[in-house]
Write a protein that binds this ligand. Structure first.
Ligand SMILES: Nc1ncnc2c1ncn2[C@@H]1O[C@H](COP(=O)(O)OP(=O)(O)OP(=O)(O)O)[C@@H](O)[C@H]1O
Length: 305
């Protein structure tokens, strides 16, 4: 087995009922609408990393990484412990400045992504450790996902005006929409701290989605979630792409869930990208097998997923 958590999840048939009715996309659909067309007709990925390298002292966390993420794609980055997954997500979200290389978000290219302006570029990131406010209701937690839209100082200035009321009404409508979408209506008034962990992860996803990001970065979204909750959460992540239109990049340890959910998977090992392709391509890639097992294998070896 590739890893202790690498069980096969029946994701193809195990989707929970979506809150909205729309056809679910196939991998072929994603390939069709893979890139944003520029005026010139040139195609452009939503996210592109070029030649990214990053070291900590003598440790090369990332080496010469190229990665493209197409619009509407669910793109996973996997790899053994210490492979560089978190470093990569931190570079994309601007928490780390790479030593070399560029990050392009849509039309904008950065040597160091401005983390404080991520939302302006349509990018939202979740963190591995839950960042839910336990004393707040589910609804208020979701509303926090819109807090960046209007500066607090401006809100204070316009308090009580029709504009303030309109912003509040629009925000509440957006929150209700995503609460319904993620099947959280029954718990919307409950304090988040009273909910089980799997539901909290869903609240976090709701808070990330409420701003309708064009690119959603998920940091180990399935960590600590039970098997049944993983299936449900995976269906919600897929629906976030299919019905909310978010392009999704996720780093994840649970390879089983990744293989069932992702359109393409990039594999890191010791900071290098050693494979990049569809789940089937990656699953049978000898370098990937070797990286996970840490030993050389006969050519016919396949990942036992
Ligand atoms: N802030 C940091 N300071 C020093 N070294 C770091 C820092 N962040 C990452 N590293 C090192 O960079 C390498 C890649 O780490 P990273 O956390 O990106 O890997 P990972 O694939 O996310 O690992 P895991 O799956 O265990 O979370 C490791 O050798 C790690 O020790």
């Amino acid at each position: 087995m590739i890893a202790a958590s690498a069980g096969v999840l029946p994701l193809d048939g195990g989707l929970v009922e979506p809150a909205l009715s729309a056809p679910l996309s196939t991998h072929a659909d994603v390939a069709d609408r893979a890139f944003v067309k520029r005026g010139s007709g040139e195609i452009q990925p939503v996210l592109a990393l070029a030649d990214i390298s990053l070291s900590f002292g003598g440790v090369a966390a990332l080496r010469d990484i190229d990665l493209e993420v197409a619009q509407g794609e669910i793109r996973a980055v996997i790899g053994p412990n210490g492979a560089g997954k978190s470093s990569l997500l931190n570079v994309i979200s601007g928490l780390y400045r790479p030593d070399r290389g560029r990050v392009r978000l849509g039309e904008h290219s950065f040597a160091h992504v401005p983390t404080a302006r991520l939302a302006q570029h349509g990018v939202v990131r979740t963190f591995q450790n839950l960042a839910v406010f336990k004393g707040l209701s589910v609804r208020d937690n979701v509303l926090m996902g819109l807090a960046h839209r209007v500066r607090a100082g401006f809100l204070r200035q316009i308090a009580g005006t029709p504009l303030a009321r309109r912003i509040d009404t629009e925000n509440r409508a957006a929150a209700e929409d995503v609460i319904g979408f993620l099947h959280l209506r029954e718990v919307r008034d409950r304090a988040a701290g009273t909910l089980p962990y799997g539901l909290l992860k869903r609240v976090e996803l709701a808070r990330a989605l409420v701003a309708r990001p064009s690119l959603l970065l998920l940091d180990e979204p399935f960590a600590g979630v039970s098997l049944g909750e993983k299936r449900e959460l995976a269906a919600h992540v897929r629906n976030a792409r299919d019905l909310y239109g978010a392009t999704i990049v996720l780093i994840e340890h649970d390879i089983g869930v990744v293989m069932g959910l992702s359109d393409r998977v990039a594999v890191l090992d010791y900071g290098r990208k050693i494979a990049d392709g569809t789940p089937d391509q990656v699953r049978s890639d000898q370098a990937v097998v070797d990286a996970y097992l840490g030993v050389a294998h006969a050519d016919e070896t396949e990942l036992a997923l």
